[in-house]
Design a protein around this ligand. Structure first.
Ligand code: E4P
Length: 215
């Protein structure tokens, strides 16, 4: 399973990259809006830190506009992935980007049918938002199970990028279902390594070692 960080914050990306387990970055307009500086400059900085897919979202909602914005960000760096919303022009743009060799992350996916279309259009990644489904009392993980099964049935090459991840159990369940990638905030990445019994056990070992050192 690959781990992406879901942020545009350079400090958090540097911290996550230093752990040695970071495979890519996802951004969206809301995450970019939280940071200072120009969109393109933030993307370039991220590309300098992480050598993996970096998702940059278009904000146009029409086909031509998506193509214009997507082609422009794709030129910034070889690792840029154009993020297109799962609406009709987004689907059309995904097909065109696929034909041009520009990778697409189809975002704001909330149903299996949307995921099928994303794969058929040639998206490299599909981003089902599980936390936002959970928020409206719908089982987000059930959608991951459906998409993994469907992609497997038809040998679709599109990678399942589990998004809107809110806590470690989302990661565990997605891994058990065979999802390809989880993207998550830095706060969740940190929680994946933490365990109170590890801290208690380490303290006991170190306390006991003090007795040995005095010999
Ligand atoms: C994915 O690429 C999105 O940026 C993200 O996961 C959305 O998560 P949220 O529902 O926590 O905003």
């Amino acid at each position: 399973m690959k781990f992406f960080i879901d942020t545009a914050n350079i400090d958090e990306i540097k911290k996550a990259a230093s752990l040695g387990v970071l495979d890519g970055v996802t951004t969206n307009p809301s995450l970019i809006a939280r940071e200072k500086g120009k969109f393109e400059d933030i993307l370039k900085q991220i590309c300098d830190i992480v050598d993996g897919p970096i998702s940059a979202e278009v904000t146009a909602t029409d086909y031509e506009g998506m193509l214009r914005e997507g082609r422009a960000v794709a030129k910034l760096h070889k690792n840029i992935v154009v993020k297109c919303p799962c609406i009709l022009p987004g689907l059309q743009a995904t097909k065109t980007f696929f034909e041009e060799g520009i990778p697409v992350n189809m975002t704001l996916v909330f149903s299996a049918t949307q995921a099928i279309f994303a794969a058929k259009a040639g998206a490299r990644f599909v981003s089902p938002f599980i936390g936002r489904l959970d928020d409206i009392s719908t089982d987000g993980m059930e959608l991951i199970e459906q998409i993994v099964q469907i992609y497997d049935n038809y040998d679709f090459a599109t990678e399942v990028l589990v998004a809107s991840v809110r806590h470690p159990m989302h990661v565990v369940e997605a891994a058990m279902l065979g999802a390809d990638i989880c993207t998550m905030p830095y706060s969740v990445i940190e929680k994946l390594i933490q365990h109170p019994l590890t801290d208690i056990g380490l303290k006991k070992f170190l306390d006991d070692w003090e007795k040995v050192k005095g010999r």
